[in-house]
Write a protein that binds this ligand. Structure first.
Ligand code: NCD
Length: 304
């Protein structure tokens, strides 16, 4: 059983597969008239979000509520964090309130790891800086499996701002664990130092990679994390690394297009591709709830 989910490296192949299988069962309950399971009645889940989020925060909230947990949503805005309270003091406050699980998003890589040292409950990383976003990688793997029937053996292209992407980092490692083959496609300026040591190939040529991809995962260009100029212009970026309708035609018929959201429509992905039948973008959001239910169920139920 794993106590915290800080990184996808906490998950071996069997544990990750158990999460995906449990998520499938959770998705079945969503089809029922009564959407709630009593499993986590009396348990408290705190969503501690220091960074903006739409999908992930709502998804964890929906997941915890469907398992009948009590949910406390904490956002740094409007809390004593704006008075300068440290993460540690906030953690001790949550501890005193009896949080069984804390779901944390923070702009500092490593913040969830620090938190885990200060509280007794389970810590789940919902995105830390440019480091990791394990539940996103799990829901992405789940979405691939739902559409294509498997993860092992798939060829997955992850395209764009890899440098700033915790989604890419978590996906590369989880997909490797699950037996998929990943190619990162990005301009050299948007690849992290040390990428050679990742279990993935690297290409600078999107057109060369598309015809043999089963999955193409587009990443958001994260302007809020850019301190420098990484490409000449938005048009130039879109021309070389954007997925438009013409480019998408080079994909095999069965191939799917993914994006974790939020999208810059017209930049990394054209609207007609984002809204096409290949796109799993809306499914990814729905699947996220089932996957987070599975994570909470297994971790708080002591079954993972
Ligand atoms: C991602 C994130 O916050 O890391 N979004 C998400 O969780 N769905 C990706 C992004 O912000 O581009």
């Amino acid at each position: 059983m794993i106590r915290h989910l800080l990184s996808v490296s906490d998950l071996d192949r069997d544990t990750a597969t158990a999460v995906l299988d449990t998520a499938t069962r959770m998705a079945d309950t969503a089809g029922r008239e009564v959407k709630k399971l009593p499993t986590l009645r009396g348990r408290t889940v705190v969503n501690l979000f220091y960074e903006d989020s739409t999908r992930t925060r709502i998804s964890f909230e929906a997941a915890a509520k469907r398992l009948s947990a009590d949910v406390i949503n904490f956002s740094a805005k409007g809390s004593s964090v704006s008075k300068g309270e440290s993460l540690k003091d906030t953690a001790l406050t949550l501890q005193a309130m009896g949080a069984d699980a804390v779901v944390i998003r923070h702009s500092a890589s490593g913040a969830p790891h620090r938190l885990a040292g200060w509280i007794d409950g389970t810590v789940i990383n919902a995105g830390d800086g440019t480091h990791e976003h394990p539940t996103q990688a799990l829901l992405d793997a789940y979405s691939m499996r739902a559409r294509l029937g498997r993860v092992a053996g798939l060829k997955v292209a992850i395209v764009g701002d890899v440098l700033h992407s915790r989604v890419a980092r978590s996906n590369v490692h989880l997909l490797h664990t699950l037996g998929a083959h990943v190619t990162l496609v990005a301009p050299p300026t948007l690849l992290p130092v040390g990428v050679d040591a990742w279990p993935a190939d690297v290409s600078f040529d999107l057109d060369a990679v598309l015809p043999s991809s089963d999955v193409v995962m587009m990443l958001r260009v994260q302007r809020e994390r850019m301190t420098d100029s990484y490409f000449p212009s938005e048009r130039e970026y879109a021309r070389r690394y954007g997925l438009d309708a013409v480019r998408a035609r080079a994909l095999p018929d069965h191939a799917i297009v993914m994006h974790p959201g939020p999208m810059n429509r017209g930049m990394e992905i054209a609207p007609e591709v984002a809204d096409s039948a290949r796109s799993t973008i809306v499914e990814q959001v729905a699947n996220g709830v089932s996957v987070r239910m599975a994570v909470l169920y297994l971790m708080l139920g002591g079954l993972a």
